[in-house]
Design a protein around this ligand. Structure first.
Ligand SMILES: Cc1ncc(COP(=O)(O)OP(=O)(O)O)c(N)n1
Ligand SMILES: Cc1nc(C(=O)O)sc1CCOP(=O)(O)O
Ligand SMILES: [Mg+2]
Length: 212
């Protein structure tokens, strides 16, 4: 099955407001289905404990769900896996593959995103050729990324870009308003949906606030 056309991927990215990263879990198919039904626009398998074979198996579960819901599938860190599974999105942090090298592997159709943690990184990601979107964070220190210092909402306030960008880190339904007031219009979350008793309802609540 061929991957999605790059223009369609970029259109979906432009419209995306809610991005979910999830580890593998026993109920991954059902969880992804609920989160996507609730309005998650992009879903990424983020699980550092998996070997490549298990990672691909989990990504294939997400691929089935994102295709059915017409949403985007993201792969973290691994350009080779993103290419092999025909993912829509590859996400790269500051210590991951340089963007030009990743582009050689995934080609031009796939959207590439970057993590940024200070104003210099954010400014670079807003300009760097080959970057389609970037994230700024963490907004608050988060156990999901232990040891990563949080630039906080000051970085969100400093961010201005024509490129789509997402705030990340420690965001939940109790502080989402603050993130939006600081200037973000898109967010990435992990625990706020992965730990929710009802992931569909949690995603719906995010979407309601993000789109109102
Ligand atoms: C959408 C999104 N934003 C940020 C990250 C973090 O990337 P990175 O800094 O490379 O850290 P790891 O996730 O690889 O631990 C992300 N994965 N996705
Ligand atoms: C994976 C990740 N990257 C971050 C960054 O700042 O780049 S913060 C983060 C974890 C976000 O998890 P939660 O929503 O559970 O706080
Ligand atoms: Mg990474």
């Amino acid at each position: 099955m061929p991957g999605l056309d790059g223009n369609l991927i970029r259109q979906r990215l432009a419209d995306a407001t809610l991005y979910l990263c999830t580890p593998d879990r026993p109920d991954l198919a059902e969880f992804a289905d609920e989160a996507l039904a609730g309005g998650v626009d992009i879903i990424q398998l983020r699980d550092k404990s998996l070997e490549a074979k298990q990672e691909i198996e989990a990504i294939e579960i997400l691929a089935e769900a994102t295709e059915r819901h017409g949403r985007l599938l993201a792969v973290n860190d691994r350009a080779d896996i993103a290419h092999a599974v025909q993912a829509d999105v590859l996400h790269l942090g500051q210590d991951d593959l340089p963007v030009p090298l990743a582009r050689r592997i995934v080609g031009d159709e796939v959207v590439i995103g970057r993590s940024t943690h200070d104003v210099d990184q954010m400014t670079a990601a807003a300009e760097e050729p080959g970057v389609d979107y970037f994230c700024t964070g963490p907004c608050w220190p988060t156990p999901t990324k232990p040891g990563r210092p949080a630039p906080g909402l000051d970085l969100v306030r400093a961010t201005k870009s024509e490129r789509p960008w997402f705030a990340i880190g420690g965001i939940d339904l109790t502080n989402l308003r603050e993130v939006l007031l600081a200037g973000a219009t898109r967010v990435v979350v992990v625990r706020a949906i992965t730990d929710a008793e009802d992931p569909r309802k949690a995603a719906e609540s995010f979407k309601t606030e993000l789109t109102s």
